[in-house]
Design a protein around this ligand. Structure first.
Ligand code: XIL
Length: 386
């Protein structure tokens, strides 16, 4: 009886139905929740969770890792924020501090100060540390354009990977080796995105990067990190197809890719297609790859101004996505792109036209748990155990 009292209304309904029909309640419940609720606001959803356990504890109870992106300016200057990271997260990833402009101020100079500060913070507090990222078409330093050409590009990349991956070898969980490489709209047979790396080295740049990373740290999990893979839009479907093709090719050539990172910058107003998402995750897992959710948040710039409606929609998007994703045993970790609305890239990159502060993350700007937090907690609580 006590247990029933803890169940949401919808789940009670479902359990009743499942008992009548003899179907497996828990497995079907996830799909059911998703079909009924996904998409926009539903005032019926209550996102009730039991107890006060943190996200990292709830995730760990299922053999999962929960973590978040952190940045040096915020974490080093705000002890309250730092305490919340320690409380909720089992892993951190630097938001910008491992990107080229930060870590390689000149072609021959490396500066690990801020990234090391974050790595030490993680290790001091018993958290895992992950790396983002080594090769990307964006965030290249000012010196890159004038210094790098088709003759030295390979050497410049190899030096970077050897130095940066080598610096954290044995002390890092995983690396986003190549970031956001796919852009089907660029209309190339290989499906790759325009990038100086593609320009200078051709499509092989991806394999070159993964081999170098494996050599520099044989222990870190090597991840291809992809964007816009989640929603039920034609462009997402194109990316799912192109990503599978890329990963299949890499596996068949013996390129040491070990996981897919799905960024999961979810769009609050967009729908998911649980069937397509599930099939994609299955196909990735079938290649023998792990899956990490690497940058999850919910963009709320197109959602109504009303904060209750907005928070419920954001929470709904989290739960709808995670209820599908966490059913896939190859998924090992979930990271949000920040922890609190106080520090989110959407303050700049996803600001609302009405000027109302954005609310994409599990904690509000006062560092309090909000409905989005409940949605993550609920999803971990209902995830099958690894
Ligand atoms: C973003 C950071 O959050 C911002 O602070 C920065 O100004 C731009 O980059 N995909 C990625 C991340 O892989 O590196 C991006 O991070 C967000 C989108």
């Amino acid at each position: 009886m006590h247990q029933n009292w803890l169940l949401t209304r919808r789940r009670v309904l479902w359990l009743g139905l499942a008992t009548l029909t003899g179907t497996g309640a828990i497995a079907r419940e996830t799909t059911d929740r998703n079909q009924q609720n996904q998409g926009l606001d539903n005032p019926e959803r209550d996102f009730k969770v039991v107890g006060k356990a943190s996200l990292k504890e709830r995730a760990a109870a299922k053999g999962l890792i929960y973590g978040a992106a952190a940045n040096y300016p915020a974490l080093s200057s705000d002890p309250k924020l730092a305490a919340r990271f320690v409380q909720e997260c089992a892993m951190i990833v630097p938001e910008n501090e491992l990107k080229w402009p930060s870590i390689r101020p000149g072609p021959d100079t490396f500066d690990f100060t801020k990234a090391d500060w974050l790595a030490n913070f993680a290790h001091t507090h018993g958290m895992l540390f992950r790396g983002h990222n080594l090769v990307w078409n964006q965030a290249l330093p000012p010196w890159f354009k004038d210094t790098v050409n088709s003759k030295n590009a390979r050497e410049v990349m190899l030096k970077h990977i050897k130095t940066v991956v080598g610096h954290y070898a044995g002390k890092i969980h995983s690396w986003d080796v190549v970031n956001e490489a796919i852009w089907p709209e660029y209309n190339q047979p290989h499906g790759l995105r325009y990038s100086p790396w593609l320009d200078l080295l051709g499509p092989d740049y991806i394999d070159i990067a993964f081999h170098a990373a494996a050599q520099a740290d044989p222990k870190a999990l090597l991840v291809y990190n992809g964007d816009f893979l989640e929603h039920d839009r034609p462009e997402d479907e194109k990316r799912r197809v192109a990503t599978l093709k890329l990963l299949e090719g890499m596996k068949s050539r013996g390129t040491p890719v070990q996981a897919l990172g799905m960024e999961a910058h979810l769009l609050g107003e967009q729908k998911l297609n649980p069937k397509k998402l599930k099939a994609f995750l299955h196909d990735v897992a079938d290649l023998g790859l792990k899956i990490m959710i690497t940058e999850m948040d919910v963009k709320d710039d197109k959602l109504p101004l009303n904060i209750n409606v907005r928070d419920r929609t954001v929470a709904g998007a989290y739960e709808d996505f995670l209820s599908v994703v966490l059913d896939q045993p190859a998924v090992i970790a979930v990271l949000t792109w920040g922890l609190s609305d106080l520090n989110t890239w959407y303050k700049v990159w996803g600001a609302r036209a009405d000027g109302s502060p954005v609310r994409p993350l599990p904690l509000d700007a006062q560092l309090k748990r909000k409905l989005g937090w409940n949605a993550l907690a609920y999803a971990f609580d209902h995830a099958p155990k690894r």
